[in-house]
Design a protein around this ligand. Sequence first.
Ligand code: FAD
Length: 345
Amino acid sequence: MIHKGGNIRLLLQTFPSSSSLIFKIIKPMDDIFDVMILGAGAAGLTAGIYTSRAKLSTLILNEGPVGGQMVLTNEVANYPGVETTSGYQVANIMKKQAKEFGSRIKSNVKIIEYQLESEIKKVILDDGRTFQAYSVILAPGGKPRALNIPGEDTFRGSGISYCATCDGEFFTNKEIVVVGGGNSALEEAVSLTKYATKVTLVHQFDHFQAFEHAIVEAQSNPKIRFIMESSLLSFNGKNNLESVTIKNNKSGEIFNYPAHGAFIFIGYLPNTQSIKDLVKTNDRNEIITNEDLQTSITGVFAAGDSIVKKYRQITTAVSDGTIAALGAAEYITKIKKEDKQEVVV
Ligand SMILES: Cc1cc2nc3c(=O)[nH]c(=O)nc-3n(C[C@H](O)[C@H](O)[C@H](O)COP(=O)(O)OP(=O)(O)OC[C@H]3O[C@@H](n4cnc5c(N)ncnc54)[C@H](O)[C@@H]3O)c2cc1C
């Protein structure tokens, strides 16, 4: 028997025929969603808006609060068409849109098993619930790598930032510290001189791990001072960040250094721990996709900060979510068309 569509419930219509029976697939099982989106940040919510608006049944599962990194952002000033507002507000509008078009959203879930290879994709939660879909969009996002030193949790969002594009303007006419020695740290240090009166770059080694042009540009900027071979030990202050404690790694000298703000660029961690062995990832555990944001598994797409890309912003996550959703919609149309074809046995 030729049989397409995995677990699809076959509502069998039997037609008399001289030598064969004809089976027709009429509708999928109610508990199989068209699309399952893993992650409800900017990328996942956008994908949900597009797929549910296209009348595809859509389930969004999120391992944290809805909104992802957007809800960590005090002010979003660079999202086109939206006047400066809180990240929480932008996230809430996206969530409302996705729900109004019909997306079902379940937040704070814990997924313990992924079965993505077969035509019907399945995930199992820690409470035993199982969800299935024809297509999956991975949108687990990520987080900037933290220093994990005293004071970092206290001043995160009120003095400490991991995003110059997002928060640089808040430090206009202030003195700030930038931590890191790669391209991001050097480029962002230069961009922060547009706002800050003084930028001090603290780096643990005596050399940078960056392109020559980035090093030259930073070194020739009169507003940037360098403290090399040194590490931050703590962030200090009462209500706001006032200083950082720095240790010279060579001499062992420890000193306090004034800072109204600190920007940390020591890498980025994608939230792909649980899926990195399922889909192809690079050496930084970022999901590898093609230009249509298709992953190494048929019917599985990926979007947002967790994929291999250079710029991580709400706008880029939204763009990815759109592309992945349109790809998933096209894929579903194709497999449903194949499934609907009458099969002669
Ligand atoms: C402090 C800060 C300020 C920023 N400010 C700005 C700004 O002003 N403007 C701007 O454009 N960008 C800003 N950014 C960057 C921007 O927020 C991100 O690039 C964007 O929100 C990423 O969206 P995302 O959907 O890819 O991922 P995320 O926002 O990280 O969302 C992913 C979601 O998926 C969940 N999840 C993780 N793993 C799983 C899993 N296995 N299954 C299901 N769910 C999972 C997570 O809990 C999370 O809720 C800022 C970032 C930070 C950290």
